[in-house]
Write a protein that binds this ligand. Sequence first.
Ligand code: ATP
Ligand code: MG
Length: 428
Amino acid sequence: MANYQAPKGTQDVLPEVSFTWQWMEKAMRRACALAGYREIRTPVIEHTELFLRGVGDTTDIVQKEMYTFEDKGGRSITLKPEGTAGAVRALIQSGALAGTLPQKAYYLFSPTFRYEKPQAGRLREHHQFGVEVFGAAGPSIDAEIISLAYNLFVGFGVKNLKAQINSIGCPTCRSAYYERLRAFLGSRLDRLCDACRDRFERNPLRILDCKEAGCQAALEGVPEMVDCLCPECAAHFNGLQQSLTALEVPFEINPRIVRGLDYYTRTVFEIVSDQLGAQATVCGGGRYDGLVEQLGGPSMPGIGFGMGMERLYLMLDALGLLPKVPPAIDVFIACVDSTAGLEALKLAKALRAAGIRCDVEHTGRGLKAQFKYAGRMGCRFVCVLGPDELAEGKVVIRDMAAHEEQKVELCHCAGWLMQKQAGLEVEG
Ligand code: ATP
Ligand code: MG
Protein backbone atom coordinates (compact mmCIF):
# COMPACT_ATOMS: atom_id res chain seq x y z
CA MET A 1 0.00 0.00 0.00
CA ALA A 2 1.19 3.45 -0.84
CA ASN A 3 1.83 5.73 2.07
CA TYR A 4 0.72 9.11 0.81
CA GLN A 5 2.22 12.22 2.33
CA ALA A 6 1.24 15.80 1.63
CA PRO A 7 3.68 17.65 -0.64
CA LYS A 8 6.55 19.34 1.22
CA GLY A 9 5.69 22.79 2.49
CA THR A 10 1.92 22.28 2.58
CA GLN A 11 -0.31 22.09 5.62
CA ASP A 12 -3.67 20.48 6.32
CA VAL A 13 -6.30 22.15 8.45
CA LEU A 14 -7.95 19.27 10.29
CA PRO A 15 -11.48 19.24 11.75
CA GLU A 16 -10.01 19.45 15.28
CA VAL A 17 -8.57 22.91 14.62
CA SER A 18 -10.60 24.44 11.80
CA PHE A 19 -12.63 26.32 14.39
CA THR A 20 -9.53 28.34 15.24
CA TRP A 21 -9.04 29.37 11.62
CA GLN A 22 -12.71 30.31 11.33
CA TRP A 23 -12.33 32.36 14.48
CA MET A 24 -9.48 34.35 12.88
CA GLU A 25 -11.43 34.71 9.65
CA LYS A 26 -14.50 35.96 11.47
CA ALA A 27 -12.51 38.79 13.05
CA MET A 28 -11.05 39.66 9.64
CA ARG A 29 -14.45 39.70 7.94
CA ARG A 30 -15.85 41.87 10.68
CA ALA A 31 -13.00 44.39 10.53
CA CYS A 32 -13.40 44.61 6.75
CA ALA A 33 -17.17 44.91 6.83
CA LEU A 34 -16.96 47.73 9.38
CA ALA A 35 -14.76 49.73 7.00
CA GLY A 36 -16.70 49.04 3.79
CA TYR A 37 -14.51 46.32 2.28
CA ARG A 38 -16.24 43.48 0.43
CA GLU A 39 -14.77 40.11 -0.39
CA ILE A 40 -13.21 39.32 -3.76
CA ARG A 41 -12.45 35.71 -4.80
CA THR A 42 -10.22 35.15 -7.79
CA PRO A 43 -8.91 31.93 -9.36
CA VAL A 44 -5.89 30.08 -8.01
CA ILE A 45 -4.46 30.02 -11.55
CA GLU A 46 -3.73 33.01 -13.78
CA HIS A 47 -1.82 33.52 -17.00
CA THR A 48 1.88 33.72 -16.18
CA GLU A 49 2.24 37.10 -17.97
CA LEU A 50 0.01 38.70 -15.33
CA PHE A 51 2.61 38.07 -12.64
CA LEU A 52 5.58 38.88 -14.89
CA ARG A 53 4.05 42.33 -15.42
CA GLY A 54 2.21 42.73 -12.15
CA VAL A 55 4.74 41.44 -9.65
CA GLY A 56 7.86 42.43 -11.55
CA ASP A 57 10.57 40.32 -13.13
CA THR A 58 13.34 41.53 -10.82
CA THR A 59 11.63 40.06 -7.75
CA ASP A 60 12.50 36.83 -5.96
CA ILE A 61 8.92 35.73 -6.49
CA VAL A 62 9.14 35.86 -10.27
CA GLN A 63 12.76 34.81 -10.53
CA LYS A 64 12.74 31.87 -8.15
CA GLU A 65 9.47 31.13 -6.46
CA MET A 66 6.62 30.72 -8.95
CA TYR A 67 4.79 27.47 -9.66
CA THR A 68 4.54 27.79 -13.43
CA PHE A 69 3.47 25.10 -15.87
CA GLU A 70 2.14 24.66 -19.35
CA ASP A 71 -1.45 23.46 -19.51
CA LYS A 72 -2.74 20.99 -22.07
CA GLY A 73 -3.57 23.87 -24.42
CA GLY A 74 0.03 25.06 -24.37
CA ARG A 75 -0.65 28.17 -22.25
CA SER A 76 1.71 29.19 -19.49
CA ILE A 77 -0.20 29.12 -16.23
CA THR A 78 0.98 30.10 -12.75
CA LEU A 79 -0.44 29.36 -9.31
CA LYS A 80 -1.09 32.66 -7.52
CA PRO A 81 2.11 33.76 -5.72
CA GLU A 82 0.35 36.78 -4.15
CA GLY A 83 -3.12 38.27 -4.12
CA THR A 84 -2.90 41.72 -5.65
CA ALA A 85 -2.28 41.01 -9.35
CA GLY A 86 -5.31 38.69 -9.65
CA ALA A 87 -7.54 41.17 -7.83
CA VAL A 88 -6.44 44.00 -10.10
CA ARG A 89 -6.97 41.82 -13.17
CA ALA A 90 -10.49 40.89 -12.04
CA LEU A 91 -11.46 44.47 -11.22
CA ILE A 92 -10.18 45.77 -14.57
CA GLN A 93 -11.78 42.91 -16.50
CA SER A 94 -15.18 43.42 -14.87
CA GLY A 95 -15.14 47.16 -15.45
CA ALA A 96 -15.34 47.81 -11.69
CA LEU A 97 -12.44 50.26 -11.83
CA ALA A 98 -14.29 52.31 -14.44
CA GLY A 99 -17.20 52.65 -11.99
CA THR A 100 -17.64 54.22 -8.58
CA LEU A 101 -14.40 54.83 -6.71
CA PRO A 102 -12.75 54.17 -4.40
CA GLN A 103 -13.14 50.44 -4.80
CA LYS A 104 -12.40 48.50 -1.61
CA ALA A 105 -11.96 44.74 -1.52
CA TYR A 106 -10.51 42.02 0.68
CA TYR A 107 -9.53 38.41 0.17
CA LEU A 108 -9.38 35.73 2.83
CA PHE A 109 -7.66 32.35 3.23
CA SER A 110 -6.46 32.89 -0.32
CA PRO A 111 -4.10 30.03 -1.33
CA THR A 112 -0.69 31.46 -2.24
CA PHE A 113 2.10 29.38 -3.76
CA ARG A 114 5.82 30.04 -3.58
CA TYR A 115 8.56 27.55 -4.20
CA GLU A 116 10.64 28.30 -1.11
CA LYS A 117 12.67 26.24 1.32
CA PRO A 118 10.03 25.05 3.79
CA GLN A 119 10.61 25.94 7.44
CA ALA A 120 8.57 27.25 10.36
CA GLY A 121 6.40 30.07 9.00
CA ARG A 122 7.61 29.53 5.43
CA LEU A 123 5.46 27.21 3.35
CA ARG A 124 5.08 26.40 -0.32
CA GLU A 125 1.35 26.80 -0.05
CA HIS A 126 0.30 29.40 2.48
CA HIS A 127 -2.83 31.50 2.82
CA GLN A 128 -3.23 35.22 2.87
CA PHE A 129 -5.72 37.70 4.12
CA GLY A 130 -5.36 40.99 2.28
CA VAL A 131 -7.12 44.22 1.45
CA GLU A 132 -6.90 46.39 -1.66
CA VAL A 133 -8.15 49.92 -2.29
CA PHE A 134 -8.19 51.55 -5.72
CA GLY A 135 -8.84 55.16 -6.61
CA ALA A 136 -7.72 56.87 -3.39
CA ALA A 137 -4.41 58.73 -3.40
CA GLY A 138 -4.36 60.61 -0.09
CA PRO A 139 -2.53 59.34 3.00
CA SER A 140 -5.73 58.83 5.03
CA ILE A 141 -6.40 55.55 3.23
CA ASP A 142 -2.82 54.39 3.84
CA ALA A 143 -3.40 55.01 7.53
CA GLU A 144 -6.80 53.31 7.40
CA ILE A 145 -5.46 50.02 6.11
CA ILE A 146 -2.48 50.06 8.49
CA SER A 147 -4.87 50.69 11.34
CA LEU A 148 -7.18 47.90 10.12
CA ALA A 149 -4.29 45.42 10.26
CA TYR A 150 -2.96 46.81 13.55
CA ASN A 151 -6.36 46.71 15.25
CA LEU A 152 -6.90 43.12 14.20
CA PHE A 153 -3.78 42.18 16.16
CA VAL A 154 -4.94 44.24 19.10
CA GLY A 155 -8.34 42.52 18.92
CA PHE A 156 -6.61 39.14 19.04
CA GLY A 157 -4.91 40.27 22.24
CA VAL A 158 -1.41 40.95 20.88
CA LYS A 159 0.40 43.64 22.79
CA ASN A 160 3.45 45.80 22.10
CA LEU A 161 3.22 45.78 18.32
CA LYS A 162 4.27 48.72 16.21
CA ALA A 163 3.67 49.37 12.56
CA GLN A 164 6.95 49.97 10.77
CA ILE A 165 6.54 52.47 7.98
CA ASN A 166 8.67 53.96 5.24
CA SER A 167 8.22 55.88 2.01
CA ILE A 168 10.03 54.82 -1.13
CA GLY A 169 8.88 57.90 -3.05
CA CYS A 170 7.64 58.14 -6.59
CA PRO A 171 9.52 57.25 -9.80
CA THR A 172 10.91 60.80 -9.94
CA CYS A 173 12.44 61.10 -6.49
CA ARG A 174 13.39 57.44 -6.45
CA SER A 175 15.58 57.69 -9.53
CA ALA A 176 17.41 60.61 -7.92
CA TYR A 177 17.79 58.47 -4.79
CA TYR A 178 19.10 55.54 -6.87
CA GLU A 179 21.95 57.76 -8.05
CA ARG A 180 22.87 58.66 -4.46
CA LEU A 181 22.56 55.04 -3.44
CA ARG A 182 24.78 53.82 -6.29
CA ALA A 183 27.33 56.53 -5.53
CA PHE A 184 27.41 55.33 -1.91
CA LEU A 185 27.50 51.61 -2.70
CA GLY A 186 29.90 51.87 -5.65
CA SER A 187 32.96 51.78 -3.40
CA ARG A 188 31.53 48.91 -1.35
CA LEU A 189 30.50 46.52 -4.10
CA ASP A 190 33.06 43.91 -3.06
CA ARG A 191 31.40 43.69 0.36
CA LEU A 192 27.96 42.85 -1.10
CA CYS A 193 26.62 39.35 -1.72
CA ASP A 194 26.24 38.10 -5.32
CA ALA A 195 22.49 38.78 -5.35
CA CYS A 196 23.02 42.38 -4.21
CA ARG A 197 25.78 43.00 -6.77
CA ASP A 198 23.20 41.90 -9.30
CA ARG A 199 20.62 44.25 -7.76
CA PHE A 200 23.04 47.21 -7.88
CA GLU A 201 22.13 48.10 -11.47
CA ARG A 202 18.60 46.75 -11.78
CA ASN A 203 16.98 47.40 -8.44
CA PRO A 204 19.39 48.89 -5.86
CA LEU A 205 16.59 49.58 -3.39
CA ARG A 206 16.31 45.86 -2.71
CA ILE A 207 19.87 45.84 -1.32
CA LEU A 208 18.51 47.70 1.70
CA ASP A 209 16.50 44.73 2.94
CA CYS A 210 19.03 42.00 2.12
CA LYS A 211 19.23 39.64 5.07
CA GLU A 212 22.99 38.88 4.61
CA ALA A 213 25.06 40.21 7.53
CA GLY A 214 27.84 41.40 5.18
CA CYS A 215 25.42 43.51 3.16
CA GLN A 216 23.88 44.99 6.28
CA ALA A 217 27.35 45.96 7.52
CA ALA A 218 28.21 47.55 4.16
CA LEU A 219 25.07 49.69 4.46
CA GLU A 220 26.36 51.51 7.54
CA GLY A 221 25.75 55.24 6.93
CA VAL A 222 23.73 54.70 3.72
CA PRO A 223 21.63 57.71 2.61
CA GLU A 224 17.97 57.19 3.38
CA MET A 225 15.06 57.49 0.98
CA VAL A 226 12.96 59.44 3.50
CA ASP A 227 15.56 62.21 3.36
CA CYS A 228 15.41 62.36 -0.44
CA LEU A 229 11.64 62.57 -1.05
CA CYS A 230 10.28 65.19 -3.45
CA PRO A 231 7.98 67.78 -1.80
CA GLU A 232 4.79 65.91 -2.82
CA CYS A 233 6.02 62.57 -1.50
CA ALA A 234 7.33 64.21 1.68
CA ALA A 235 3.91 65.82 2.27
CA HIS A 236 2.21 62.46 1.70
CA PHE A 237 4.50 60.73 4.19
CA ASN A 238 3.93 63.49 6.68
CA GLY A 239 0.15 63.15 6.20
CA LEU A 240 0.43 59.41 6.81
CA GLN A 241 2.13 59.98 10.13
CA GLN A 242 -0.47 62.53 11.20
CA SER A 243 -3.29 60.17 10.26
CA LEU A 244 -1.70 57.25 12.12
CA THR A 245 -1.32 59.45 15.18
CA ALA A 246 -4.99 60.48 14.91
CA LEU A 247 -5.94 56.78 14.70
CA GLU A 248 -3.70 56.00 17.68
CA VAL A 249 -1.63 53.45 15.78
CA PRO A 250 1.88 53.24 17.24
CA PHE A 251 4.47 53.34 14.47
CA GLU A 252 8.13 53.79 13.81
CA ILE A 253 9.94 54.80 10.65
CA ASN A 254 12.10 51.96 9.38
CA PRO A 255 14.11 53.13 6.36
CA ARG A 256 15.14 49.55 5.58
CA ILE A 257 11.63 48.46 4.63
CA VAL A 258 11.39 48.49 0.85
CA ARG A 259 9.14 45.46 0.21
CA GLY A 260 9.93 42.80 -2.31
CA LEU A 261 7.62 43.78 -5.12
CA ASP A 262 8.54 46.18 -7.92
CA TYR A 263 5.28 48.03 -8.07
CA TYR A 264 5.35 49.85 -4.75
CA THR A 265 5.36 53.66 -4.57
CA ARG A 266 5.45 55.96 -1.56
CA THR A 267 4.06 54.17 1.54
CA VAL A 268 5.45 50.76 2.45
CA PHE A 269 4.87 49.11 5.79
CA GLU A 270 5.24 45.91 7.77
CA ILE A 271 3.95 44.55 11.01
CA VAL A 272 6.60 42.41 12.58
CA SER A 273 6.41 40.07 15.57
CA ASP A 274 9.33 39.02 17.75
CA GLN A 275 7.48 35.72 18.31
CA LEU A 276 8.28 34.40 14.84
CA GLY A 277 12.07 34.12 14.68
CA ALA A 278 13.47 34.59 11.18
CA GLN A 279 10.04 34.67 9.53
CA ALA A 280 9.07 37.75 11.51
CA THR A 281 6.84 39.65 9.10
CA VAL A 282 3.18 38.88 9.65
CA CYS A 283 1.80 41.61 7.47
CA GLY A 284 3.32 43.69 4.70
CA GLY A 285 1.91 46.15 2.26
CA GLY A 286 2.02 49.51 0.67
CA ARG A 287 0.98 51.79 -2.12
CA TYR A 288 1.23 50.86 -5.78
CA ASP A 289 0.09 53.82 -7.78
CA GLY A 290 1.34 52.55 -11.13
CA LEU A 291 0.05 48.98 -11.00
CA VAL A 292 -3.47 49.27 -12.40
CA GLU A 293 -2.22 51.12 -15.48
CA GLN A 294 0.66 48.69 -15.84
CA LEU A 295 -1.90 45.87 -16.03
CA GLY A 296 -3.92 47.59 -18.74
CA GLY A 297 -6.42 49.50 -16.61
CA PRO A 298 -6.99 53.20 -16.12
CA SER A 299 -4.34 55.26 -14.39
CA MET A 300 -5.27 55.22 -10.72
CA PRO A 301 -3.70 54.86 -7.31
CA GLY A 302 -3.87 51.64 -5.33
CA ILE A 303 -2.84 50.40 -1.91
CA GLY A 304 -3.10 47.16 0.02
CA PHE A 305 -1.52 44.63 2.33
CA GLY A 306 -1.11 40.88 2.56
CA MET A 307 -1.15 39.06 5.87
CA GLY A 308 0.21 35.52 6.14
CA MET A 309 -2.46 33.57 7.97
CA GLU A 310 -0.19 30.69 9.00
CA ARG A 311 2.28 33.18 10.47
CA LEU A 312 -0.52 34.90 12.33
CA TYR A 313 -1.66 31.52 13.64
CA LEU A 314 1.89 30.65 14.79
CA MET A 315 2.20 33.98 16.52
CA LEU A 316 -1.14 33.74 18.34
CA ASP A 317 -0.33 30.16 19.32
CA ALA A 318 3.08 31.17 20.71
CA LEU A 319 1.40 33.91 22.72
CA GLY A 320 -1.31 31.55 24.02
CA LEU A 321 -4.02 33.66 22.41
CA LEU A 322 -5.82 31.01 20.36
CA PRO A 323 -9.30 30.17 21.66
CA LYS A 324 -10.27 26.79 23.07
CA VAL A 325 -11.95 24.68 20.40
CA PRO A 326 -15.56 24.03 21.47
CA PRO A 327 -17.11 20.54 21.20
CA ALA A 328 -18.48 19.68 17.76
CA ILE A 329 -21.93 19.01 19.20
CA ASP A 330 -23.75 19.89 22.41
CA VAL A 331 -26.35 17.16 22.41
CA PHE A 332 -26.11 13.47 21.59
CA ILE A 333 -29.22 11.42 20.96
CA ALA A 334 -28.68 7.87 22.18
CA CYS A 335 -30.89 4.89 21.32
CA VAL A 336 -31.53 2.09 23.79
CA ASP A 337 -32.15 -0.26 20.86
CA SER A 338 -32.87 -0.14 17.15
CA THR A 339 -36.61 0.49 17.63
CA ALA A 340 -35.81 4.12 18.52
CA GLY A 341 -33.83 4.79 15.35
CA LEU A 342 -36.42 6.70 13.35
CA GLU A 343 -37.67 8.67 16.35
CA ALA A 344 -34.05 9.65 17.09
CA LEU A 345 -33.63 10.93 13.54
CA LYS A 346 -36.80 12.98 13.87
CA LEU A 347 -35.66 14.40 17.18
CA ALA A 348 -32.30 15.36 15.65
CA LYS A 349 -34.14 17.12 12.85
CA ALA A 350 -36.27 19.08 15.33
CA LEU A 351 -33.27 20.05 17.49
CA ARG A 352 -31.24 21.18 14.49
CA ALA A 353 -34.19 23.23 13.24
CA ALA A 354 -34.12 24.95 16.64
CA GLY A 355 -30.41 25.73 16.21
CA ILE A 356 -29.15 23.07 18.60
CA ARG A 357 -25.97 21.30 17.54
CA CYS A 358 -26.64 17.60 17.92
CA ASP A 359 -25.94 14.20 16.49
CA VAL A 360 -27.65 10.86 16.66
CA GLU A 361 -26.28 7.33 17.03
CA HIS A 362 -25.26 6.13 13.55
CA THR A 363 -23.18 3.03 14.29
CA GLY A 364 -25.51 0.78 16.27
CA ARG A 365 -23.32 0.45 19.38
CA GLY A 366 -24.64 -0.33 22.85
CA LEU A 367 -25.97 2.34 25.20
CA LYS A 368 -22.87 2.34 27.37
CA ALA A 369 -20.60 2.89 24.37
CA GLN A 370 -22.89 5.66 23.18
CA PHE A 371 -22.52 7.47 26.51
CA LYS A 372 -18.78 7.05 26.33
CA TYR A 373 -18.78 8.55 22.84
CA ALA A 374 -20.93 11.47 23.96
CA GLY A 375 -18.49 12.10 26.82
CA ARG A 376 -15.52 12.04 24.45
CA MET A 377 -17.26 14.50 22.14
CA GLY A 378 -17.72 16.83 25.10
CA CYS A 379 -21.52 16.83 24.85
CA ARG A 380 -23.29 18.67 27.61
CA PHE A 381 -26.52 16.65 27.19
CA VAL A 382 -27.49 13.13 26.13
CA CYS A 383 -31.08 12.42 25.10
CA VAL A 384 -32.04 8.76 25.57
CA LEU A 385 -34.77 7.15 23.50
CA GLY A 386 -35.94 3.59 24.12
CA PRO A 387 -39.15 1.53 23.96
CA ASP A 388 -40.41 2.87 27.33
CA GLU A 389 -39.83 6.49 26.39
CA LEU A 390 -41.40 6.01 22.99
CA ALA A 391 -44.49 4.44 24.54
CA GLU A 392 -44.91 7.54 26.73
CA GLY A 393 -43.96 10.04 23.99
CA LYS A 394 -41.11 11.24 26.19
CA VAL A 395 -37.33 11.41 26.22
CA VAL A 396 -34.84 11.17 29.05
CA ILE A 397 -32.37 14.05 29.04
CA ARG A 398 -29.18 13.58 30.99
CA ASP A 399 -27.17 16.62 31.97
CA MET A 400 -23.61 15.26 31.77
CA ALA A 401 -22.10 18.06 33.83
CA ALA A 402 -24.66 18.09 36.63
CA HIS A 403 -25.13 14.27 36.57
CA GLU A 404 -28.89 14.77 36.58
CA GLU A 405 -31.65 13.18 34.54
CA GLN A 406 -35.08 14.40 33.62
CA LYS A 407 -37.93 13.01 31.58
CA VAL A 408 -39.39 15.53 29.15
CA GLU A 409 -42.22 15.37 26.59
CA LEU A 410 -40.64 14.70 23.18
CA CYS A 411 -42.32 17.76 21.75
CA HIS A 412 -40.82 19.95 24.51
CA CYS A 413 -37.31 18.58 24.17
CA ALA A 414 -35.99 21.37 21.90
CA GLY A 415 -37.52 24.09 24.05
CA TRP A 416 -36.13 22.52 27.23
CA LEU A 417 -32.63 22.32 25.77
CA MET A 418 -32.79 25.83 24.38
CA GLN A 419 -33.63 27.15 27.81
CA LYS A 420 -30.68 25.32 29.33
CA GLN A 421 -28.34 26.44 26.65
CA ALA A 422 -29.09 30.10 26.12
CA GLY A 423 -26.38 31.57 23.92
CA LEU A 424 -25.55 28.48 21.92
CA GLU A 425 -23.90 29.72 18.78
CA VAL A 426 -23.19 27.79 15.62
CA GLU A 427 -19.85 28.66 14.03
CA GLY A 428 -19.07 28.91 10.36
P1 ATP B 1 9.33 37.23 3.53
O1 ATP B 1 10.25 38.42 3.54
O2 ATP B 1 9.12 36.63 4.87
O3 ATP B 1 9.70 36.23 2.47
P2 ATP B 1 7.53 38.46 1.69
O4 ATP B 1 8.00 39.87 1.63
O5 ATP B 1 7.93 37.52 0.63
O6 ATP B 1 7.90 37.82 3.13
P3 ATP B 1 4.81 39.21 1.05
O7 ATP B 1 5.00 38.96 -0.39
O8 ATP B 1 4.67 40.59 1.50
O9 ATP B 1 5.95 38.45 1.88
O10 ATP B 1 3.54 38.37 1.57
C1 ATP B 1 2.67 38.86 2.60
C2 ATP B 1 2.74 38.00 3.84
O11 ATP B 1 2.55 36.63 3.52
C3 ATP B 1 4.08 38.01 4.55
O12 ATP B 1 4.19 39.13 5.40
C4 ATP B 1 4.04 36.73 5.34
O13 ATP B 1 3.30 36.88 6.53
C5 ATP B 1 3.28 35.81 4.41
N1 ATP B 1 4.18 34.91 3.65
C6 ATP B 1 4.97 35.22 2.59
N2 ATP B 1 5.62 34.14 2.14
C7 ATP B 1 5.22 33.10 2.93
C8 ATP B 1 5.53 31.72 2.97
N3 ATP B 1 6.36 31.15 2.10
N4 ATP B 1 4.93 30.94 3.93
C9 ATP B 1 4.07 31.49 4.81
N5 ATP B 1 3.74 32.79 4.83
C10 ATP B 1 4.30 33.60 3.91
MG1 MG C 1 9.38 36.09 0.42
